[in-house]
Design a protein around this ligand. Structure first.
Ligand code: R5P
Length: 282
């Protein structure tokens, strides 16, 4: 039985379709004091495996995930597998300043209390899996980002920073041809970054900029602006389209021609489903 968090309904339904598992009904209500409560339909899962699918892009989504896991146990599920399409707080994977927490470790411990196994879709760093006391594995999906790309002319696959260079290479490999390079990024604050253009010639080429996350859009809009005007076209392909605040309009204003992402975070640009990659691991 697949139990969906409220932000992962399309992916949960796609997974149910691919695996043949049933999709549970999940209703939720919010009390006047702000607390939330989920309720399963059917209320019993005696002896069944429960697969909880929930992106944790917000604090409330983490609470919902913990409640879904606990409701599955209460309903008698024999085993609980937790799929986290996008793991919030994973980027705080160390205490960067004295006095800070390792947020990724804190949430990983909490999530592990209610599950037998965790699948993390394209985590920012695979090493975050080590913070889960429960068995946790990354599911790589970057290659799927090549699906919508057709007929590119002399493509150049660019990562906005060195950390995403492997992702850009994976998309290039899945597409089958093209150059790969990356920008040099300096982060000045949570929403301010600068990127130095890559050395590869992009004049007249179709450029695809690949990243794991677009959050505020600061990184990506800088990279787009550096390419627009020179490249024949600029496409953005990202795994997790968080699109905080005005991120999407930032990309458009920077001159991007096309933007698409996966369904780990459900957005209008979520053209690529990660369901096949996750279903293979269930
Ligand atoms: C950072 O290392 C990530 O790969 C992304 O580049 C970053 O999270 C994007 O954040 P923003 O959209 O806020 O610039």
């Amino acid at each position: 039985m697949i139990l969906s968090g409220s932000r992962s309904q399309s992916l949960a339904a796609a997974l149910a379709g691919r695996t043949g598992h049933d999709l549970a009904g999940v209703s939720s209500e919010r009390f006047p004091d702000g607390e939330q409560l989920v309720e399963l339909d059917p209320p019993t899962l005696a002896g069944e495996e429960a697969v909880v699918v929930a992106t944790t892009a917000t604090d409330a989504a983490y609470v919902e995930l913990l409640q879904l896991q606990d409701a599955a146990r209460e309903a008698g599920a024999s085993r609980v597998t937790t799929v986290i399409p996008y793991m919030g707080y994973a980027r705080q994977d160390e205490a960067f300043e004295p006095g800070q927490p390792v947020s990724a470790r804190a949430v990983a411990r909490a999530v592990s209390t209610g599950t037998d196994r965790v699948l993390l879709v394209e985590p920012h760093e695979s090493a975050v899996c080590d913070y889960f006391p429960a068995p946790a594995e990354p599911v790589g999906v970057a290659g799927l980002l090549a699906e919508p790309l057709v007929g590119l002319s002399e493509p150049v696959f660019l990562a906005p920073d060195a950390g995403a260079a492997d992702l850009a290479r994976t998309v290039r490999d899945a597409y089958g041809r093209g150059a790969v390079d990356h920008f040099e990024k300096t982060r000045h604050s949570g929403s301010e970054v600068t990127v130095e253009p890559a050395g590869t010639t992009v004049d007249g080429h179709d450029v695809v900029i690949v990243d794991d996350i677009v959050a505020t859009g600061s990184t990506m809009s800088q990279a787009i602006a550096a390419m627009a005007g020179e490249a024949a076209s600029v496409t953005v392909a990202c795994v997790h389209a968080l699109f905080a605040r005005d991120a999407y309009t930032k990309l458009r204003r920077a001159g991007v021609d096309a933007v698409y992402a996966t369904d780990t975070v459900e957005r209008t640009v979520s053209e690529v489903s990660v369901a096949p990659a996750v279903a293979d691991r269930l």
